[in-house]
Design a protein around this ligand. Sequence first.
Ligand code: NDP
Length: 450
Amino acid sequence: MELKNKYMEEVYNSVCLRNPGETEFHQAVNEVLESLIPVIEKRPDIIEEGIIDRMVEPERLIMFRVPWVDDKGKIRVNRGFRVQFNSALGPYKGGLRLHPTVNSSVIKFLGFEQIFKNSLTGLPMGGGKGGSDFDPKGKSDNEVMRFCQSFMTELSKHIGADTDVPAGDIGVGSREIGYLFGQYKRIRNEFTGVLTGKALCSGGSLIRTEATGYGLLYFTEEMFNKINQDSIKGKTVIISGSGNVAIYAAEKAQEMGGRVVAMSDSSGYIYDPSGIKVDIIKQIKEKERKRIKEYTTYVKEAEYHEDCSGIWNIKCQVALPCATQNELDLKSAEILVKNGVLAVAEGANMPVTPEAIELFQKSGVLFGPAKAANAGGVATSGLEMSQNSMRYFWTSEEVDKKLKEIMVGIFDSAYNASKEYNCPGDLVVGANIAGFLRVAEAMKWQGIAY
Ligand code: NDP
């Protein structure tokens, strides 16, 4: 989209030239630059100090070969990535994604967004992201283990508890974090908090598994309470995906009195008008690692439909896209608006296309952008880092209370910034501005190396 400011347009064009063909990265930069226009109009020092020019260029991008041997003895080769985008606020922090669609554009888009998200949590974390085009689907545990060990053999040279602390993302759950952590410890002979999302037996935090989904609901409830004087209670909810974020979003939505009627995976979606049984989803996805279609073998009245994007045709008041980028486009947004949706909050990263966001905002639908709404995961990772540094554990209640306070704080920062910059309730702009200002201050304070 064209930017209505000459300086921002120049920065954006240089990003496109320097990162040719990296459309996801361009899209993420464009959205942030657009919302920062009111800031640079008020603060000429930001341009003078080259803060934005520096921020759009990663501090470091590591790309490496990941050779591994499959169960048949065949040598396979994947590509590994780690982008260390910005360390102004603390060690680089951000997940690892294992999915065939991973490339440098996807990793840069995620790493760039992570800078602002981590800043919004108020915790001392810089921004980074990583992953590989390895597809864990259909691989045996041993294959996944060998891949993770090979991946970590190289990654271990670049990370550390005070340097860069990766976590999970798509395709990286507790199993993968365990293999990665084991290999890091083996190579470095260190038992440190170098990864988050660890199992409880190895320094993990209670509530980390649930954190992104729970945090998403705490944020959504804040939007309802403080902007519309309403609540999730009694609302019909649709959640795309059935992975880590989606499952715990569904669990918390139901705890808050919402009725979740549909969930999906990349093959299709299920519709259970009486309310999805989250325990069954956990059984299918976390234990059996099967397709969501299986739900209908447990719940006979439920329907299964192929084509996952069809999920947005179901009438609902709350829509929570929790699967992947650009999964909810303008066409789906039009249907949701027509069906009377009241709130949309992004559990996944960049799941709603820019045109769809514009429509929601124009139609008065509450919209929670990913970097604010799904920051609960990284916030709890930050709490895991604190516990590891202290060599101590907080109880579930303590972590959940801190998570809730952080999500309320994130909502307040974004909402207040939206009001201060004359677009009250526009949380996209508010989150970008609030996240940006904290990083900009630290970058200014730390100077630049000549
Ligand atoms: P998982 O790998 O656990 O789950 C991803 C889910 O999305 C799977 O059910 C997958 O189905 C489904 N999916 C993938 N593509 C589509 C599609 N086009 N339509 C419908 N469903 C689809 O990942 P997470 O839950 O961890 O992550 C989901 C999103 O949340 C990502 O964008 C991630 O970056 C973001 N996120 C995750 C955080 C975390 O703490 N885990 C923190 C913040 C953001 P299938 O099995 O068929 O592939």
